[in-house]
Write a protein that binds this ligand. Structure first.
Ligand code: TXA
Ligand code: MG
Length: 358
């Protein structure tokens, strides 16, 4: 088995120089390196090398029809990999790059089909995280990087999570500490007639519409689970982020949600099942379960987004069999948070109100 080293980076060009040189050498040799970004950790390989894409799919255990995002460090790098830059793209790039927004373009011949899962489009993102940017520059400028989790598991928000999933599979993990956002980038498809949101993230639909006017939304955002269906972002059809225990979202007014979750946890306990609740600072005290975990304050939805994936991983580490979560349908990040939770729950939602009306 390959030895996997975890090395701390500081986001300082001088201090990180030898690490970045080593990482760049690995990438040019077709190897993989895990890196921090502002959203989640990425599993990086050379985006223009078909062999690197194959290695990425292998290390993640990911189906190879699921295309990879190409990461760049300069806006001028875009020209080489896309067939053209529509006006909509110029507007979004000016406003949101570098940052947590991925744009989909018609691709140029420079991008191998292995990187795009055979599609004639390419997803591109320019991360704002300085360690990621230094790394991309040291590696030749074009990095394919899916989230660094093993396929199906929650994305990684710390280098320790990457080590759990990639130990023995890649030579180097660059540790940049805990990420800032904690959910993957917003994805907008600009390759069609009208702009279309394929994956919600930190850059909200509201902000996109402020800039572009009309923006469509892919129906798969709500988490359709049909493996035979064809969402525009192929990754959206796979079950994702799933903890080993059974996860249910419990929806309704706070009082009914509390009563229902506590009653379900009592039932679970009677059967000798280990129960868990994902709650908020405002509500955590009112639950009775083996594990009660607050994701953060409802006044601070960014904290909830940042803590979500770690909480799902902790459920596995603590051996939770049955997990109930509150809904986090908050103003700006709610769409992104619920998109991940619905997928993690395999679409299992308990609606308190609807049940009572029957
Ligand atoms: O924040 C992020 O975007 C992170 C960090 C590491 O940058 N990366 C990430 O990559 O989330 P990944 O591979 O886990 O998710 C990429 C998503 C998948 O759902 C994939 O299907 C979609 O983007 N995608 C990639 N290229 C596409 C394309 N050409 N057309 C449509 N969807 C595409
Ligand atoms: Mg992913």
């Amino acid at each position: 088995m390959m030895e996997t080293r975890v090395v701390r980076a500081w986001g300082d060009i001088e201090r990180d120089r030898s690490l970045m040189e080593e990482a760049g050498r690995l990438i040019r040799n077709g190897q993989l390196v895990a890196i921090p970004t502002e959203t989640v950790y990425g599993l990086a390989g050379d985006a223009l090398n078909p062999a690197s894409a194959k290695r990425i799919y292998e290390a993640k255990g990911r189906p190879s029809d699921n295309p990879l995002i190409v990461h760049i460090a300069e806006i001028t790098a875009l020209d080489r990999i896309v067939a053209g830059i529509p006006e909509n793209a110029e507007i979004l790039i000016k406003e949101f790059w570098p940052g947590p927004l991925t744009l989909i373009f018609k691709k140029s011949a420079a991008v191998p089909p292995e990187t795009t899962g055979g599609l004639d489009t390419v997803a591109v993102r320019m991360p704002v995280n300085s360690i990621a940017a230094e790394f991309i520059r040291a590696s030749g400028g074009y990095i394919a990087a899916p989230s660094a989790n093993a396929s199906g598991r929650p994305s990684c928000t710390t280098a320790e999570h990457v080590y759990e999933d990639m130990k023995g599979k890649i030579p180097l993990i660059i540790d940049g500490g805990e990420v800032g956002i904690g959910l993957e980038s917003t994805i907008v498809d600009l390759s069609g007639e009208r702009p279309c949101l394929l994956r919600p993230g930190y850059v909200s639909l509201k902000r996109l519409r402020e800039k572009l006017g009309e923006v469509d939304t892919d129906p798969f955002i709500e988490g359709v689970m049909d493996e035979n269906a064809h969402p525009k972002a192929p990754g959206m059809k796979y079950r994702h982020y799933a903890p080993k225990g059974e996860l249910y979202i419990v929806r309704g007014d706070p009082e009914s949600v509390r009563e229902r979750i506590n009653s379900l946890c009592r039932d679970g306990k009677d059967k000798g099942i280990k129960t868990a609740v994902l709650a908020s600072d405002e509500t955590a005290d009112s639950y009775r379960a083996d594990i009660v975990r607050s994701l953060g304050s409802r006044q601070d939805e960014e904290s909830i987004a940042r803590n979500l994936f770690k909480a799902l991983r902790d459920m596995d580490n603590e051996g939770a069999d049955l997990i109930y979560t509150e809904e986090f349908d908050s103003a700006d990040m709610g769409m992104a948070i619920m998109n991940r939770l619905i997928r993690a729950a395999g679409h299992k939602i308990i609606d308190c109100k609807r049940k009572e009306q029957k």
